[in-house]
Design a protein around this ligand. Structure first.
Ligand SMILES: Cc1cc2nc3c(=O)[nH]c(=O)nc-3n(C[C@H](O)[C@H](O)[C@H](O)COP(=O)(O)O)c2cc1C
Length: 187
């Protein structure tokens, strides 16, 4: 299964639209997909208690991350799609990624999963947003294909719909994630 997570809380989100196309690409390669958006989720910030993996095997914060942990552990590929906010990722996405600390501390549960990133912004900051997300994936022991971060320029809600080149690049990322998953774990 290839999981997509969208970091936008906006209706008619460009990041969600691009993610949907990437997941479509993964399905073309025979993978099942699943999608999560921070928009519908209640995710509290990591408190840095550093107890996870020591005296407790779960996060003590009882919120929607509990089901997201299951989705993350069950996927073989992960595509993170986020708007660029002030030259970085959205606060909601950063909060979610911080909470994945649990998964490394209970036995490197994200290791060897395949990762990719989509960053969409009006005019700049995509590089840092992409690099910071790929950094989390690298630190989690994940495997990234070449050109793992796709950068798209769009601003108005839903405006990316008219950008065929951007949609094609998102779809191609989904296919490449699926192909790498398949080559790592042939059926
Ligand atoms: C708080 C905030 C900060 C933003 N900062 C940037 C930025 O630094 N660079 C940029 O190119 N776009 C920036 N934008 C524009 C969004 O990235 C852009 O509208 C994007 O398409 C939103 O994606 P969404 O439709 O998935 O929410 C910002 C938007 C908001 C609301």
């Amino acid at each position: 299964m290839i999981l997509g997570i969208c970091g936008s809380s906006r209706r008619d989100s460009n990041a969600q639209f691009l993610l949907d196309r990437a997941l479509h690409g993964a399905r073309q390669c025979g993978y099942e997909t699943s999608s999560i958006s921070v928009r519908e989720k209640r995710i509290m910030p990591c408190e840095g208690c550093a107890r996870c993996g020591l005296d407790i095997q779960r996060c003590k914060l009882d919120d929607d991350m509990q089901s997201i942990y299951n989705a993350l552990m069950n996927c073989s590929g992960l595509i993170v799609s986020t708007p660029v906010y002030f030259g970085g990722i959205t606060g909601q996405m950063k909060t979610l990624l911080d909470r994945t600390l649990l998964l490394s501390r209970i036995g490197r549960r994200m290791a060897n999963k395949v990762g990719g990133v989509i960053c969409v912004g009006k005019r700049g900051g995509h590089e840092f947003a992409g690099l910071s997300t790929m950094n989390v994936m690298n630190l989690q022991g994940m495997i990234l294909p070449g050109n793992a971060s796709v950068h798209v320029f769009a601003d108005e809600p839903g405006s990316v719909r008219g950008n065929r080149d951007s949609l094609a690049r998102a779809e191609d990322l989904g296919r490449r994630i699926a192909e790498l998953c398949a080559s790592l774990s042939p059926e």
